[in-house]
Design a protein around this ligand. Structure first.
Ligand code: FEO
Length: 399
């Protein structure tokens, strides 16, 4: 997409990435893509705010050239050092050798460690301003949204917040960049939640602290580095991030995530019965086979829902390894305080329950039931599974 004016003197000059399969080398975005939103703020002097991943250098330079010769940039505002924002930095330095790189002290240290650049770095403090001769940029330290060096940049006269990872989401921009241009926000909001849970969820307190810090700042536009720009309703994405950050301290919404793995279909057979029981109780249940669905897509459900049903067979005396991988991802994201039950098939001695019990103890999950059954489920066992699903769902209503 060509450069687009966000406000007078402020331009989106970002790029879509539909090539990368795994964001951070870990989270799938093959289908959804991601945008690297970068911006030019133009006064007597010009600043580029944020950049892009390394292989986007040429495309981003072409975008910038629609507004200003990149060699004439005065400043590059480095809100965040993760290489999805800074991979082009060395190339840009060659193109604009006199440009000042502006960031926090921690960012300055990382500029050197990541890119070997030691000169031409301007360190800014929380609350400091930079007058571009017309527009004025104010820097707001927001550590751990997403890394310790991260800051947001606020343009004072137009009230535009360049929020970097904060308020961002996966999802390449689908022909539009502003919320008011969208016929449906569902895609962006769903991808923003997945992004939040995958990337930012470990830091709920810093997110809430940043939102508090911005509470008295008049914001006309929230312009993150990934995803949609919120110009019609900037409060919307801030409220969503606040709601999501608060899940870290809550037991989640009523509803069930049923995650399972299966070797020969016996545990999977039981999944159907258990899910039937949950549905009979009238609660929503979303079912994921952990062998086929990446944790990236499952984590948002675990993060927001109160109930977690775990179906997995015993494998070599422990829990089925793909389930252990999934549970470890939930542990990594510190998804605490859920209500759970386990069921699964075993061949001769069981043992999955030991791994499950250890896991739930670490995360302080409330265990409703742990049930291992031998071999293939009989009709009697299936009825018992249906009843387990029903009673489990009913217990969530009481919580
Ligand atoms: Fe968009 Fe923390 O990287």
């Amino acid at each position: 997409m060509p450069a687009i004016e966000v406000k007078p003197g402020i331009y989106w000059i970002g790029v879509n990435d539909r090539t990368t399969d795994l964001f951070e080398g870990l989270w799938p975005i093959t289908q959804e893509g991601v945008s690297y939103n970068a911006y030019i703020v133009k006064g007597e002097k010009s600043a580029l705010i944020d950049m892009a991943k390394d292989f986007k250098a040429d495309e981003l330079l072409d975008q910038i050239a629609q507004i200003i010769d990149p060699a004439e940039l005065d400043y590059i505002i480095v809100n965040h050092m993760e290489p999805d924002h800074t991979g082009v930095m060395r190339t840009f330095r060659r193109v604009a050798p006199n440009v000042k790189l502006v960031g926090t002290a921690k960012a300055a240290d990382m500029i050197t460690s990541y890119y070997g650049i030691e000169d031409g770095i301007q360190i800014v403090q929380d609350g400091e301003t930079l007058d571009l001769g017309g527009p004025v940029l104010k820097f707001v330290a927001t550590p751990f949204v997403h890394w310790p060096e991260t800051m947001m940049t606020y343009e004072v006269s137009q009230k535009v917040l360049f929020s970097c990872d904060g308020f961002g989401g996966y999802g390449a921009l689908q022909g539009v960049i502003f919320d008011e241009q969208c016929t449906s926000l569902d895609f962006y909001e769903k991808e923003a939640l997945r992004y939040y849970v995958n990337i930012v969820a470990l830091y709920p307190k810093p997110v809430l602290k940043a939102i508090d810090k911005l509470a008295d700042v008049p914001i006309d536009v929230v312009a993150p580095s990934h995803g949609l720009i919120w110009r019609k309703n900037p409060e919307r994405i801030v409220e969503l991030y606040k709601k999501w950050a608060n899940y870290a301290q809550s037991s989640g919404d009523p509803g069930v995530t049923l995650i399972y793995g299966t070797m020969y279909g016996n545990t999977e057979h039981m999944v159907e019965a258990v899910a039937e029981g949950v549905a009979r109780a009238g609660l929503p249940v979303d079912i994921f086979d952990v062998r086929h669905t990446h944790a990236s897509y499952i984590l948002p459900y675990l993060y927001t829902r109160r109930g977690v049903l775990v179906g997995a067979p015993t494998y070599e005396g422990g829990i089925f390894p793909p389930m252990m991988d999934m549970l470890n991802m939930a542990k990594g994201k510190r998804i605490m305080g859920r209500k759970t039950a386990y069921f699964g098939s075993y061949g001769w001695s069981g043992g999955a329950r030991r791994d499950f019990n250890k896991f739930v103890e670490d995360l302080r999950w409330d265990v409703f039931d742990v049930w291992e059954f031998k071999g293939a489920p009989t009709l009697e066992l299936l009825n018992k599974g249906e009843e387990l699903g029903y009673r489990f769902a009913e217990s969530l209503k009481e919580a």
